[in-house]
Write a protein that binds this ligand. Structure first.
Ligand code: IYR
Length: 220
């Protein structure tokens, strides 16, 4: 397709507004935590829909948007996902995970029981489209799939957090069962579950800290 251009839709911030907004967004995002204690309080469909629309604004390789999100609220499907995930997780914790991996996880206090997969009102399954398929079923090469899906998922998490919800980025390992349970095509690979809802009363999170700015970035 030949390149077509249009004027950028852009509203310049007032002087001083850039810094104020950067600070406000940072203050908002720094309170995000991965939560495992979920309330069963419902979250309206429209909130999830808007967060997914936000995710879909992400940049992607050649604008191929190589992602698909399945937002699950059906209790019967959530139960199926929980049972399948716990089966894999039991094996992970019992035999599959090397000792060093379990040690690295120790401070998170995780284990094979995943009640949040049924308690949380929404499980958003993130799929990466390793390649596309045209109408005739021919494969279309996708570029920077992992990066693109990571970017979209980051925006999804930011949108959900900004709406006042909590999330857990959960990666049962392996998680091919998601493709079968959710009936996704063979060009899609499950990447993670974004468990979404409100925190339970008295929810607790592990004591963690983020690296200092000078550890994660430098200016040259
Ligand atoms: N998938 C397992 C183990 C796990 C792995 C990592 I890396 C984490 O950051 C957290 C957990 C589980 O969900 O328990």
């Amino acid at each position: 397709m030949p390149a077509r251009f249009q004027p950028l839709v852009y509203t310049p911030p007032e002087p001083g507004e850039t810094l104020r907004r950067a600070r406000a967004f940072y203050e908002q995002m720094r309170t995000r935590r991965s939560v495992r204690d979920f309330s069963d309080r419902p979250v309206p469909h429209e909130v999830i829909e808007l967060a997914l629309r936000t995710a879909a604004t992400a940049p992607s390789g050649a604008n191929q948007q190589p992602w698909h999100f399945v937002a699950v609220s059906d209790p019967a499907i959530k139960k199926q996902i929980r049972l399948a995930a716990e089966e894999e997780e039991r094996r992970f914790y019992r035999e599959r995970a090397p000792e060093a991996w379990l040690e690295a996880l120790d401070h998170l206090g995780t284990g094979p029981e995943k009640p949040f997969l049924e308690t949380a009102p929404w499980l958003i399954a993130v799929f990466a489209q390793n390649y596309g398929l045209d109408d005739a079923g021919n494969k279309i090469k996708h570029y920077y799939v992992q990066e693109s899906v990571g970017l979209a998922t980051g925006l999804l998490i930011a949108a959900l957090h900004t709406a006042g919800l909590v999330t857990l980025t959960h990666t049962p390992s392996p998680m091919n069962f998601l493709r079968n349970i959710l009936g996704r095509p063979k060009n899609e690979r499950p990447v993670m579950l974004v468990v979404t809802g409100y925190p339970a009363d008295g929810a607790r999170v592990p004591v963690l800290s983020k690296k200092a700015l000078d550890e994660i970035a430098c200016f040259v």
